[in-house]
Design a protein around this ligand. Structure first.
Ligand code: ATP
Ligand code: MG
Length: 583
C-alpha cells in the first residue's frame, strides 16, 4: 500500500482472482457504509492469500485468508473456558457454532529505529502501555503518544526491527508470567528463565503496570517483618506492608542488609523477590549462590535486568518483579521485595526518555521521574483480611554520591517511603558494620508492628545512643573527664559494639530481646570493647543451653514480664561476673 492510499483512504482488495460483479458490489457497499462515500476501491492481484482475500483500508486490515480465519478460530477457542480439560467436545462445539467474520486489525509502519526505541506511524488508536508486535514477531510497548506518531520501546532489541516494516496492535498491556514455579529461579524482566534450569510453568499472567490497592482494600501495618539485624529490628522496625528505603554511598553494605533480611525469612512463611537493576551479571550470580547456600533460594525469585540489558528492560524490571510479588500477595501470602537499586532504574528511565525525545528537567531526568517510583512503591501494601490479608513489603535501595541525600532521586524516594535506613562510608570503614547512622535513620510506621517484648527491651536505647553521639567528640580527652561522663561514654561505646553484626548472622527475636535487656541493664560496661562480641556470643549460648525456656516464652508470648526481665538481667550479670573473672 502506498502512503497516498493511507491519506486519501483507498480500500485495496488483495486476492488471486478478481472479484465478480456481485462480489465487487458487496465490497463497495461495505466500504461505503463503514468508511463513507469518498473512500475509493481497487483490486490488486496477490497470490499470498489462496482461497481467500485481504482487504486493507488505511490501517485497518480484514484478513479473510486461510491463516487469518484459522487465527480467528483459535482466538474464539481461547475465549471459551475449558471445563475439566474436556477439550475435544469443546472444539467440536466451537466449530459448530463458529461464524466467520472479517476482523479489522490496525497496521502501522516503523519510521525510525535505534537504541531500543522505535517510532511508529499509523496506529491512531494505540494506547499507552499497549504491546505492539513487529513483523518478525518481536515485541515493544507504547511509551509515548505524539500527534502523528508513537514512541515504542523494544524488549527484544532493535536488530529484528527495521525501518518500513509493519507493526500491529494487540490491544493488550504488557504482562509477565507468574506462578509458584518461579520460586528458586532467576528470570529476566519478561519472565524468561536465565539460570539454565529449563522452562518455567506459569500459573497465569499479571499486568506489569497495575493500580495500587485503595484505602478500603488495605489495613494498617501491624505485623513485624524481622530482618534479623539487631539495630534495625530494635530501632527502625519494619512492618509487613511497609516501604523502607536503604540508602547510602557505594560499597556501604546496602545489598548486604537486603540479603540478610531475605535470609532471615527462612521458615517464616514469607516469599522474597529480589530485583537486580543495572548490576553486573557476576554480582547477581554471586547473590543467587549466597541465597542458595543459606537455603533461601527456595522461597525467592530473582528478577535480573543487568547493566548490559537495554534501558527499556531495566525500566520494566521493578514493575515486573512487583507483578510477580502481587501474584503471591493475592493468595494471602506475605512477600518481601527488594529493588536493588532505584538510582540505576532512574538512570535507565532517563536514557529511555531522552531517546524518546522527552524534554529533560533537573539532572536531565524527565519531569515525571517522581511518578516513576511513586506508582511502583505505592503497590506495596498490607491487604485487609476480606481481601486475603497478604502483604508486599518493599525495600528499595538508593545509592548516593558522597552521602548527598538532597540530590534529586534520593529526596524523591525518601518522600515516598515510610522511612529510611541510612548507611555511611565513614562508619563502614571505622568497622561499624552494618554502617547504620542511628541519628538520621527512621521508620515511620514499623513501631506499631514491633512486639511488646521488643518495645520493652529496647527501652531508651535510641536516646542513650543520641547522648553518646553528643559526647563522642569529647572522647579524645577521656582522661580529663569526670567519672559520670566517662561512664556514659564507655556505656555508649559498648552499645555501638553490640550493634555490630557480621553478614549472614541474623539474630532471632528472643536473642535480640535478651541482648537488649542485658545491655540496657549496663551488664557489659566492664567488658573490654574488643571483647563485646565474644561476650554476647557466650551470653546467648548460655541462655540457649541453660535457660531455653526463657527464649521460648519470649517467642510464644511476645511480651516481656517484669519478672522475666529481672531473670534475664540476673543471668546476664552472673555471666558477666564469670566472664570478667576468666579474663
Ligand atoms: P554497591 O554500591 O557496590 O552495590 P553495597 O552498598 O550494596 O555496594 P555490599 O555489596 O552489600 O555494599 O557490601 C560491600 C562489602 O561490604 C561486601 O564485601 C560485603 O561483604 C561487606 N559487608 C557488608 N556488610 C557487612 C557486615 N555487616 N559485616 C562485614 N562485612 C560486610
Ligand atoms: Mg549493592
Amino acid at each position: 500500500m502506498s502512503s497516498n492510499d493511507l491519506q486519501s483512504k483507498t480500500a485495496v482488495l488483495y486476492s488471486s482472482d478478481a472479484p465478480n460483479e456481485e462480489q465487487e458490489r458487496r465490497f463497495r457497499n461495505f466500504i461505503k457504509t463503514r468508511y463513507g462515500e469518498d473512500c475509493d476501491f481497487r483490486w490488486e492481484r496477490s497470490d499470498a492469500f489462496p482461497g481467500g482475500f485481504r482487504l486493507e483500508v488505511g490501517q485497518e486490515v480484514y484478513d479473510w485468508s486461510v491463516g487469518g480465519r484459522f487465527q480467528q478460530l483459535r482466538d474464539t477457542l481461547v475465549k471459551v473456558p475449558t471445563r475439566n480439560g474436556n477439550i475435544i467436545p469443546l472444539i467440536k462445539e466451537t466449530i459448530r457454532t463458529w461464524t466467520p467474520e472479517a476482523l479489522a486489525q490496525e497496521i502501522g509502519v516503523v519510521t525510525s529505529v535505534g537504541d531500543g526505541i522505535a517510532t511508529v506511524e499509523g496506529l491512531e488508536n494505540a494506547t499507552y502501555g499497549e504491546i505492539l508486535v513487529f513483523k518478525g514477531g518481536s515485541r515493544g510497548m507504547v511509551q509515548d503518544i505524539r500527534q502523528n506518531e508513537i514512541g515504542c520501546i523494544l524488549f527484544d532489541g532493535d536488530e529484528e526491527v527495521s525501518e518500513g516494516s509493519s507493526v500491529h496492535r494487540t490491544a493488550k498491556t504488557a504482562g509477565v508470567p507468574v506462578g509458584n514455579g518461579f520460586l528458586g529461579r532467576v528470570v529476566d524482566p519478561l519472565g524468561v528463565p536465565i539460570d539454565g534450569l529449563g522452562e518455567i510453568k506459569e500459573d497465569g499472567y499479571y499486568p506489569v503496570e497495575s493500580q495500587a490497592p485503595g484505602i478500603v482494600q488495605r489495613q494498617p501495618v501491624n505485623t513485624p517483618l524481622e530482618t534479623g539485624i539487631l539495630s534495625i529490628d530494635a530501632m527502625f522496625p519494619i512492618g509487613r506492608g511497609q516501604r523502607e528505603l536503604i540508602i547510602g554511598d557505594r560499597q556501604t553494605g546496602k545489598t548486604a542488609i537486603a540479603l540478610d533480611a531475605i535470609i532471615n525469612q527462612k521458615g517464616k512463611n514469607c516469599i522474597c523477590v529480589y530485583v537486580a537493576i543495572g548490576q553486573k551479571t557476576s554480582a547477581v550470580v554471586q547473590i543467587a549462590e549466597t541465597l542458595k547456600k543459606h537455603g533461601s533460594m527456595e522461597y525467592t525469585v530473582i528478577v535480573d535486568a543487568s547493566a548490559s540489558d537495554s534501558a527499556p528492560l531495566q525500566y520494566i524490571a521493578p514493575y515486573a518483579g512487583c507483578a510477580m510479588a502481587e501474584y503471591f500477595m493475592h493468595q494471602g501470602k506475605d512477600v518481601l521485595i527488594v529493588y536493588d537499586d532505584l538510582s540505576k532504574h532512574a538512570v535507565a528511565y532517563r536514557t529511555m526518555s531522552l531517546l524518546l525525545g522527552r524534554s529533560p528537567g533537573r539532572e536531565a531526568f524527565p519531569g515525571d521521574v517522581f511518578y516513576l517510583h511513586s506508582r511502583l512503591l505505592e503497590r506495596a501494601a498490607r491487604m485487609a483480611d476480606e481481601y486475603g490479608g497478604g502483604s508486599i513489603t518493599a525495600l528499595p535501595i538508593v545509592e548516593t554520591q558522597a552521602g548527598d541525600v538532597s540530590a534529586y532521586i534520593p529526596t524523591n524516594i525518601i518522600s515516598i517511603t515510610d522511612g529510611q535506613i541510612f548507611l555511611e562510608s565513614e562508619l563502614f570503614f571505622s568497622g561499624q558494620r552494618p554502617a547504620i547512622n542511628v541519628g538520621i535513620s527512621v521508620s515511620r510506621v514499623g513501631g506499631d508492628a514491633q512486639t511488646k517484648a521488643m518495645k520493652k527491651a529496647v527501652g531508651t536505647l535510641k536516646l542513650d545512643l543520641a547522648q553518646y553521639r553528643e559526647m563522642e567528640v569529647f572522647s579524645q580527652f577521656a582522661s580529663d573527664l569526670d567519672e559520670q561522663t566517662r561512664k556514659q561514654l564507655i556505656y555508649g561505646q559498648g552499645l555501638m559494639r553490640m550493634l555490630r553484626q557480621s553478614q549472614y548472622h541474623p539474630y532471632s527475636h528472643h536473642q535480640q530481646v535478651i541482648m537488649l535487656v542485658s545491655a540496657m541493664a549496663h551488664v557489659m560496661v566492664d567488658v573490654e570493647l574488643d571483647d563485646v562480641q565474644t561476650f554476647i556470643k557466650g551470653l546467648l549460648e548460655k541462655f540457649e543451653t541453660e535457660y531455653p525456656e526463657i527464649g521460648q516464652e519470649i517467642d510464644r508470648e511476645k511480651v516481656l514480664s517484669d519478672e522475666l526481665k529481672g531473670k534475664i538481667t540476673e543471668v546476664a550479670q552472673e555471666y558477666a561476673k564469670d566472664f570478667l573473672k576468666r579474663k
